[in-house]
Design a protein around this ligand. Structure first.
Ligand code: AMP
Ligand code: MN
Ligand code: MN
Ligand code: MN
Length: 287
C-alpha cells in the first residue's frame, strides 16, 4: 500500500530545489494528504507552506530537521508539531545557521587544497540566501564536472576522509531535544539507518534519545532499504518508540525517492501520529 502521509521533506529554505509553495503543490498532486515540511535548521517556510496546504485541503504539520553532534558524529533530529515561534528553538536554530557559514569557509579551503577553486561563491550561488549546506557544494561540484550526480559527489567529496570535508560542531542532542519538546513538538530520529553506528552505539543512542523524551524514529524513509524498514520497526518496538515516515524529498532527481512513492509503515509499528487529532479520519493509504 502506498502511503499518503509524508513527514520529512525540504524546500529552498534549506537544500531542496522547490519553494515551500511548489513543494506543497507537488505533494497535493501526488495525493499526499498529510505533509510536514522539515527544512534543515530553519522554520522560515512553514507559514507559507501551511497557507498553501490549507488551500489544497491538505493537513499540514510544522516541522524542522535539526543538525546535532552526538559523540563526534552528526545526527539529524526531526521536530514535528513544533511551535516555530518558541524563542529557545528560534535562537538555537539561528545559532546553528551562523555556524554553517564558518563551516562553509572551511569546506571551500579544503577544496582549494586539491585545486577546486571558487567553491564558496559557487555553493552560495546555489543556496540563494537560504542556509548553506553540503548539498549546495555538491551542486557546484557537479556543475564543474567533478562528479556526475549527487550520489557520486558524496562518495568522493564532502564526507569524512574525503576532500572538502570539514569537521563541525552542531547543536547537542540535549539542546535540540529540549527546543523541540519545549515548543510542544515531538522529537524523531531521522533516517537511523544512515549513521553507520555499530550495534552497541545504536542501542545507546536509542536509549539516550528515549530518556531525553524522544518519541519516535523514522522507519520508512527515502534512504532506507526494505530490510531497514523491518530492522527499525523492530528497534522501535524494542525501545517502546513510535514510528515515523517521510520521503526526505529534496527535488526531482535530487535524492533517494520521489514524493508519494513510499509504502506504508510495517504492520507492527505504532505510527507517531496515532494520537494526533489533525490526522484523525484522514485516509492515509492508497492502493
Ligand atoms: P549538511 O547539513 O550541510 O551537512 O548537508 C547534509 C545534506 O547533504 C543532507 O541533508 C542531504 O541532503 C545531503 N547528503 C548528505 N549525504 C548524502 C548522500 N550520501 N547522498 C545524497 N545526499 C546526501
Ligand atoms: Mn538535505
Ligand atoms: Mn537528514
Ligand atoms: Mn532531510
Amino acid at each position: 500500500m502506498r502511503s499518503l502521509i509524508d513527514l520529512h521533506c525540504h524546500s529552498t529554505v534549506s537544500d531542496g530545489v522547490l519553494t515551500p509553495t511548489e513543494i506543497v503543490n507537488l505533494a497535493a498532486e501526488k495525493g499526499i494528504r498529510v505533509l510536514a515540511l522539515t527544512d534543515h535548521d530553519d522554520v522560515d517556510g512553514l507559514a507559507t507552506a501551511r497557507a498553501v496546504a490549507e488551500k489544497q485541503g491538505m493537513q499540514f504539520i510544522d516541522g524542522v530537521e535539526i543538525s546535532v553532534t552526538w559523540r563526534r558524529r552528526t545526527l539529524h533530529i526531526i521536530g514535528l508539531k513544533i511551535d516555530p515561534e518558541h524563542p529557545p528553538l528560534v535562537n538555537g536554530l539561528a545559532n546553528i545557521r551562523s555556524g554553517r557559514h564558518t563551516r562553509a569557509v572551511g569546506m571551500a579551503k579544503a577544496l582549494e587544497k586539491i585545486g577546486i577553486h571558487g567553491a564558496l561563491e559557487g555553493a552560495y550561488e546555489y543556496s540563494k540566501g537560504s542556509i548553506i549546506s553540503r548539498t549546495h557544494f555538491a551542486r557546484y561540484l557537479i556543475e564543474k564536472g567533478y562528479a556526475k550526480d549527487t550520489k557520486a559527489v558524496f562518495k568522493h567529496y564532502l564526507v569524512k576522509g574525503k576532500p572538502g570535508y570539514f569537521e563541525h560542531q552542531w547543536a547537542s542532542l540535549e539542546d535540540a531535544m529540549a527546543w523541540i519538546i519545549g515548543s510542544g513538538g515531538v522529537a524523531v530520529i531521522a533516517h537511523p539507518g544512515r549513521y553507520e553506528l555499530g550495534r552497541v552505539t545504536m542501542l545507546e543512542l536509542m536509549h539516550e534519545f528515549r530518556s531525553l523524551g524522544g518519541l519516535a524514529i523514522e522507519v520508512v524513509t527515502g534512504s532506507h532499504s526494505v530490510d531497514q524498514y523491518q530492522e527499525f520497526a523492530k528497534m522501535a518496538k524494542q525501545f517502546d518508540l513510535a514510528a515515523s515516515m517521510g520521503s526526505d524529498f529534496h527535488g526531482k532527481g535530487q535524492t533517494y525517492i520521489e514524493m508519494g512513492r513510499l509504502p506504508s509503515l510495517p504492520e507492527n509499528c505504532l505510527p507517531v501520529w496515532h494520537d494526533w487529532p489533525e490526522v484523525k479520519n484522514i485516509e492515509l493509504e492508497a492502493h
